[in-house]
Structures are given as C-alpha cells and as structure tokens.
Design a protein around this ligand. Sequence first.
Ligand code: NAD
Length: 276
Amino acid sequence: MSDVLTITLNNNVQIPQLGFGVFQVAPQDAERVVSTALETGYRSIDTAAAYQNEEGVGRAVASCGLAREDVFVTTKLWNSDHGYDQALRAFDASAGRLGLDTVDLYLIHWPVPTADRYVETWKALEKLAADGRVRAIGVSNFTVEHLRRLFAETGTVPAVNQVELHPHFQQTELRAEHTEHGIATEAWSPLGQGAALSDATITRLAKRHGVTPAQVVLRWHLQVGNIVIPKSVTPARIQENFDVVTFDLSAEDLTAIADLETGRRIGPDPATFDMR
Ligand code: NAD
C-alpha cells in the first residue's frame, strides 16, 4: 500500500495529499490511464465536467477492485453551469457520468466574476453537502477577493482552493489566506506543465538527491503542505510521480526553490477568465 499522507480538510474529511489529474486525457484513454494510476497506488483522482472524461474515470473506479471509500474522486462545475438551479443540475449530470452516488469533493472550477453568480453557485454546493451528495465542497481559481466574498455572504468556508501553483508561481499571499481560514491549498499544473523540470535549480537538486526533476518538484509541494495532482499518460512517469516519499529536501533546498518565484502564470487569470 502507499505511503501517501492524507490532509484533513476543515470538515474532517481526509484527502490523499498526492493524487492524479486527468486534464487533457482523451475520453477514450481515461479508463486505461486512471486504471494505471490506481494500480500504481494513487487513491485520489481529479477530473472535471469540462475534461469530458468523467465516464472513463468512473469506469476505472468501478472496476479497480478497491472499496468505494478507498478512492477519493474530485470533479468540478463548469463555467456555463453557474447559478443555484444550474449548479444542482450540473452536479447530477457529473455524478451520473461518473456513476457515483456520492462525490468526495465538488469544486467550482472558475469564479467567472464577470457573470457574478459564484455566490449563488456556492449556496447550491452547500445544499449538496447538507444532502450528503458530496463529502466536501471547495473552489478552484478563487483569488483572495473571491474567497472573502464567500466568507462575507455565505455560511461555509471552502474545504479546498485548487489553484495554479508550481515553483515559478507559488501563490504566497493566497496560501497565507488559506492558512488563516483553514482552507487546504491544492496545486494544479504542479509541474508547471513540464516547464519547471528544466529549471537549473531543480535539475541541480535532482542530481544531488539522485532523483528526477519531477520528483524534486512534487516533493517540494508535499513538504510545503500542498495537495498535488500531477498528470501523465505515460506509465513510467505515473510511477515516477508517485515515488516521492523516499527522500527529503533540506531547509536550504526549500529556500532555493522559494527563490524561483517569477510572478508569472502559465494559465488564465481568474479575474478575467470567462470561457463557457
Ligand atoms: P502538470 O504540471 O501536472 O504537468 C503535466 C505534464 O507534465 C504532462 O502532460 C507531461 O508532459 C509532463 N510530465 C508529467 N510527469 C512528468 C515526468 N515525471 N517527467 C517529465 N515530464 C512529466 O500539468 P496539468 O496537467 O496542467 O495539471 C495537473 C492536473 O491539475 C490536471 O490534470 C488537472 O486535474 C488539474 N488542473 C486543474 C485546473 C483548474 O483550473 N482547476 C487547470 C489545469 C489543471
């Protein structure tokens, strides 16, 4: 069995700290790729309605031979489904495609502030949690400003905020806000979509520890307390990304990585992103 630690969310639900992401995994590949990840030992899968591969994820979970409670499944509400009633319907559709009665974590994928409906959407997620359809609710791509609006206008603090986070974009201010309010930080594009792996500091640390650059970056995420969901469709890399518990980065190594911040995102800016 795996040595992956779990993080206890603010409603006492536990999530594996290292999971597997399936953004840009083609629908016809999802079942096979997720099955490989589950065989490797991953126990948390991150999908979304927008990834169009929830059916394949669901089939892999159903056929893996593990008890349902041993696999943590996250999915997300897409930008065209904001609003109270739409959100409830979107959840039913996702749960149907996954073939699950209960989803472990349901996230608002983007705040879409130009539509100004994320507070209503959040209230629908609160209902899903109260009804036992989801074990935990959270958000994704929320900035400090969006989070503070939820704190002011609703009754539940998100369990998770899943945001772009890698050595070149470390989200220091947002992470401090999360810590203050008991929100777990989940890192998307944790490897910088591969770009962090050719960084000179990362490759130097990889040589020093006798591991790969991806392992250094993932180990860094785990040591700073992030939940992390690397993606690969290549079995050897799926395994490599899971083998990150056998070494420790020193305080000096962590400082060297802290210095890699560039302030530049790879992905869209949540303040303006409104693709539907
Ligand atoms: P990532 O940082 O995990 O990088 C994935 C890419 O890095 C792979 O396609 C591959 O090219 C490369 N790679 C992976 N393992 C490697 C290894 N061991 N050695 C060398 N190269 C390797 O990027 P991602 O897929 O964008 O992010 C991970 C997950 O985060 C996604 O699958 C998805 O679940 C989630 N995500 C969420 C959002 C959001 O808006 N909430 C946005 C993007 C991604």
